[in-house]
Write a protein that binds this ligand. Structure first.
Ligand SMILES: Nc1ncnc2c1ncn2[C@@H]1O[C@H](COP(=O)(O)OP(=O)(O)OP(=O)(O)O)[C@@H](O)[C@H]1O
Ligand SMILES: [Mg+2]
Length: 429
């Protein structure tokens, strides 16, 4: 059994579903893998965790012991559904320690498997410490306000080089409601989140009256979605969310091993937490040697390599490709029909090695085959499902493309951010 994997559920916004996600995630993780130790604790002063998991009389240890000088392992209790829980505390006092300290503390407790931390809707010492202790941060977003609020979490993580752990989870999604009568709220959220360069989990948690009723009775017990709302869509969505977390947990032990790469163009295992496609999207032959042009799709974070010859064939006749591309990067902006049923267009923006915009060119994507087929292969979905998408294609930036090394990943994030900023400033994305 490997060491502890910490999942923190956080948002500064109240009532976005943090506690519902944290508690039910614990139940679903255990249901998916009964041999995996799953522990949950909350830094909130509500007792929802206890209401869902407590068995037997209240004991001495609480979550305050996680922060005390001396660890009391009696604080971890065996609870409902096979989930271990640490009883909550009404009044928690932050220790006189920097918030980074909690990460080391948790690693030294001898806990195994997955620890889920629920947090308060404020960015206090506890939330910050839980963010920095996390291998994976799930931030529920239900509307524009909570999306904007996620910026505060990202800032904390950014400042400590831990941005990659942050994933947004569309939550309390009303599947029927639309913005301006056209765009579904969750589609807008995904679009707006990708535009801000957030990672968003592929699933979402819908708003469900059944789920709401579970926590709103007068009973001292809160039942789980798994046992009391199996017939709902949310049941399947929690399963998917738990599968995502489980995959991250598994990945965490082999993230440095390139052989975990997916085969085929289908969605598959991740390399260093990203979806890596094994074949060139033009010729469908293996392109994992890493010597071609690297591409990255912003929304789903698919990436892979294109054979240089294959790319040249597709863009034969484009003026932009007659420029010197060495160490440059092309941003492909796709305006798909997904949101507004418009005719799809592709705009290409060439950036030089220092990140300055050199030239722009655009074309229609409505014809069958050719560039349209290439775009679909890079997006990993049909063009009619494309909204406002961005694919970056890098030319020979070998040093930043060592995606398996933490330095390579961080350099690549820097390049991506700079290009996104330039595109926004120029009103191109
Ligand atoms: N998927 C859902 N469908 C319907 N109601 C939900 C769903 N998820 C949560 N709720 C309800 O929304 C309310 C807020 O949920 P929850 O307590 O999980 O949010 P929170 O972010 O933890 O709130 P706080 O910031 O106050 O801790 C609760 O009444 C809960 O029952
Ligand atoms: Mg809560």
């Amino acid at each position: 059994m490997k060491g502890l994997f910490v999942v923190t559920v956080a948002s500064e916004k109240g009532g976005v579903g943090k506690t519902t996600i944290a508690t039910n995630l614990a139940v679903y993780l255990k249901a998916l893998n009964e041999n995996l130790p799953v522990t949950i604790a909350s830094f909130d002063n509500h007792f929802s965790v206890d209401q869902m998991f407590a068995l037997g009389p209240r004991s001495e240890g609480t979550v305050a012991d996680l922060l005390a000088e001396k660890w009391n392992d009696q604080a971890v209790r065996f609870g409902q559904y096979g989930v271990q829980y640490i009883p909550s505390e009404r009044r928690l006092i932050p220790p006189h320690k920097p918030s980074e300290w909690l990460r080391k503390r948790l690693a030294g407790l001898g806990l195994e498997g997955i620890l889920i931390l629920d947090t308060r809707p404020i960015l206090d010492w506890f939330t910050e410490a839980a963010l920095l202790a996390a291998d994976l941060v799930l931030a529920p977003v239900k509307d524009r306000a909570s999306l904007i609020n996620a910026g505060a979490l990202r800032k904390v993580l950014d400042d400590h080089g831990r941005t990659a752990s942050l994933w947004l989870v569309p939550s309390l999604v009303d599947a029927r409601s639309r913005l301006n009568g056209e765009v579904r709220v969750h589609e807008f959220l995904r679009f707006a989140a990708a535009e801000r360069d957030y990672q968003v989990v592929d699933t979402q948690i819908n708003k469900s009256p059944k789920v709401e009723s579970l926590a709103s009775g007068f009973s001292s017990r809160i039942p789980s979605v798994l046992t009391h709302a199996r017939g709902t869509i949310v049941h399947g969505q929690f399963r998917e969310l738990a599968e995502f977390v489980l995959a991250k947990y598994m990945d965490s032990s082999r993230s440095e091993r390139p052989e975990s790469v997916s085969s085929g163009l289908s969605e598959g295992p991740h390399l260093a937490g990203k979806r890596l496609v094994a074949e060139c999207p033009v010729c469908c032959q293996n392109s994992l040697s890493g010597s071609g042009h690297f591409y990255f799709e912003l929304r789903s974070r698919r990436s892979g390599w294109l054979h240089p010859g294959c790319l040249a064939d597709q863009f034969d006749g484009f003026e932009l490709f007659s420029f010197d591309l060495s160490d440059g990067l092309v941003a492909m902006v796709i305006d798909g029909p997904g949101l507004l049923e418009i005719e799809p267009r592709l705009s290409l923006h060439l950036f030089d090695a220092s990140g300055d915009l050199v030239v722009t060119e655009s074309c229609s994507l409505s014809e069958e085959g050719g560039v349209g087929a290439l775009v679909e292969a890079m997006l990993g979905r049909p063009l009619h499902q494309a909204y406002h998408e961005l694919i970056l294609v890098c030319f020979d930036q070998a040093d930043i493309l060592q995606q398996v090394s933490p330095e390579g990943r961080s350099a690549w994030r820097g390049v991506r951010r700079k290009v996104l900023r330039e595109l926004r400033l120029a009103g191109l994305f």
